[in-house]
Design a binder for this molecule. Structure first.
Ligand code: CUA
Length: 268
């Protein structure tokens, strides 16, 4: 069974997502079987041992081993879910992370209540940052533009642009409290924790334009939904992901680099 659309999950747009959906699907199927089994047994017990039929309690109880076999069967199914699905999926996510040289590296820093996106630019090096340079309006990441590696760095707020079919490594950080980077269509969700840099990776495989065609919704947007209650503005802590073709993405990034390295209008 490879079609999990009956689960009603958001449309899928990442290479590893099929495995996640399969895990969710099989878990639901097994839980449905358990629910019907236990529910049926409960109903049977209610009728079979009703007061009018069984006025005196039976102190011996059941003597057959059926229930033990059933318990073992349930444990086996749960072991299969764990060993056959969950652990391989987790191992693949952790062990087969792409090499940084094959991937696009993006730093995403959560704050109350926005997502700061930071690209290294053409040199592939993230510029120096310094908390003393932090300015919530003009420099929310405290990038030191005097640093050579920082000159071509590109930052945006709440706008994550990604090329399609390329491994993406997001280095997730937080400036204040715990946030959570969740993009349902990519089947990724990871907490951003102050003091830690947490890498996550995925391969987006459907462009925003293609998803708009598929869903018939001309306004469709991938959304970074903060998935940890992080304060009063939690509900409006939304970022947007635009997945483009490699050419479109390069053009976008080039424009941003030009903007970033243009002479400072304030002449500082
Ligand atoms: Cu950030 Cu909820």
């Amino acid at each position: 069974m490879t079609n999990w659309t009956w689960l009603g999950l958001p449309p899928l747009a990442a290479a590893h997502g099929g495995q996640v959906d399969a895990l969710i699907g099989w878990t639901h199927l097994f839980m449905l079987v358990l629910f019907l089994g236990w529910g049926g047994f409960f109903t049977y017990a209610l009728i079979r041992f009703r007061r009018s039929r069984q006025p005196v309690a039976n102190y011996t109880g059941a003597t057959s081993h059926t229930s033990s076999y059933l318990e073992v069967a349930v444990a086996v199914v749960e072991a299969v879910l764990l060993v056959g699905f969950s652990i391989p999926l987790w191992a693949a996510r952790v062990d087969h992370a792409p090499r940084e040289s094959d991937a696009l590296l993006v730093e995403v820093t959560g704050e109350q209540f926005a997502w700061n996106i930071h690209y290294a630019g053409p040199d592939g090096k993230f510029g120096r940052t310094d908390v003393n340079l932090l300015d919530l309006q003009s420099n929310p990441l405290g990038i030191d533009r005097a640093d050579a590696a920082a000159k071509d760095d590109v930052t945006t707020v709440n706008q994550l642009y990604l090329p399609v079919d390329k491994p993406i490594i997001v280095r997730l950080r937080s400036k204040d409290v715990i946030h959570s980077f969740g993009v349902p269509e990519f089947r990724v969700k990871q907490d951003a924790i102050p003091g830690l840099t947490i890498p996550i990776w995925f391969v987006p495989n459907v462009t925003t334009a293609e998803m708009r065609r598929r869903t018939g919704n001309a306004e469709f947007q991938y959304e970074i939904a903060c998935a940890q209650l992080c304060g009063l503005g939690h509900a409006r802590m939304r970022g947007f992901v635009t997945v483009q073709t490699a050419d479109e993405f390069k053009k976008w990034l080039d424009e941003k680099v030009t903007e970033a390295s243009a002479p400072d209008p304030f002449g500082s």
